[in-house]
Ligand binder design. Sequence first.
Ligand code: PHE
Length: 456
Amino acid sequence: MSAQPNLFKSKIGVIAATVGSAVGLGNIWRFPAEAQSGGGAAFLIVYVGCVLLLGVPVMMAEFALGRAGRTDAMGAFTCGHKRSAWQSVGLLSILTSFLIAVFYMVVTGWTIEYMFESITGSLYSSHPGEGAGADAHFASRMAEYVQGTWLPMLFTAAVVLLNLGILLAGVAKGIERLSNVLMPLLFLLLVAFCVVCLTLPGAGAGLEFFLRPDFSKVTADVVLNALGQAFFSLSLGMGILVTYAGYYPASTRLGKTAVTVAGLDMLVAVLMGLIVFPAVFSFGLADHSVAGTALVFVTLPEVFAQLPGCRIWSTLFFLLLSIAALTSTISICEVSIRFLQDRAGLSRRASCLWVMLTLLPLSLLCSLSLGPLSGWTIGGLTIFDFLDFVTANFMLPLAALGLCIYVGWVAPKGMLKGQLTNGGTLRSRLTDAAIWIIRYPAPLLILLIMFSPLIK
Ligand code: PHE
């Protein structure tokens, strides 16, 4: 095991890096879609409840395990013992994060490519203007690009190499320094977009759609979606928080950090709602999909095309998206890097190279699976969709379940409390409540998420 690894240097760095991981495409393109179908603010209320009552305690459990172990996400599961079968839970989370990284690199490549095309203006050059054909324009453009061969591969490779460069610089000099610059920039961009979108003519109707709760839409399905979204958005079950917490200074207050990170992550989701709904209502696109890739690569470009200063707004938006995606990719790659460092005894440099050079061909293959290799399917799904499906539906919940059981029931009794109170020096009423949630409701609710596809 490495000697004291380099830790994050400042409180701001701890928050910036962890929020950087949490704020990702999940906030930007999953949240608005869930809010659209889940009754606007009614979904938001359920979501906030899931984050605070379940997400924050599970996050505290991951932090505690990570800082107690100060090692990789698998080694952390030994809690001082030599070996433990529970390490397989850690291994599962590392494998899950690696598989997520494979397809997340591809999507991050799209966002960077769209940023370049916004800068050059080529994204908008053949736009037919308003009226017939306008709607289909960006949809077919996206399909053409995503199903292409060389361009998406080029940008996927660029993203992997960019990650390699950042990660080679190390924890404090790479991850922390980058997050300290990019996260404030991300919030600045979000606020700027909010101001612009909220002042568009007709924005009020969108605002009303988002903020007026329609509780009739809140079905059991919607609640389960909110639970799943809370887990994904907070990066739970991926080994990321366990790994990052290994770099937290001993003085970091884990409960306070979890609440801050979750709060900022929710803030980004809400800001996205305040951007997306006013924008689409204002331009008469309210019936358009705000789901997933369609929102960012089709509907929003349609909005930008109608805005004065189209290229600038489009560039800034894809910059925002690229920042959100990049800070998530570095966190997810760090999981495997730390694993190789501590389990295989490799140097940081060698671990970075091994992880990223293994990831590269797999991500390229994943990119091709949407185009020339779309015939290669697993259970009827392309490689890309298959990875997304198995990680989200099976691997992540299973890893999170194992983690809660281990931290709540198996790990030495004082570990969790000791970490959450910094060795008894902090007192907080939150701690006991969090411990109770980690032991009882959290595992049950995760089981519910796991079996929900069977119930639906
Ligand atoms: N929380 C991230 C998101 O919302 C999840 C994630 C983290 C995905 C890291 C990939 C890598 O997108």
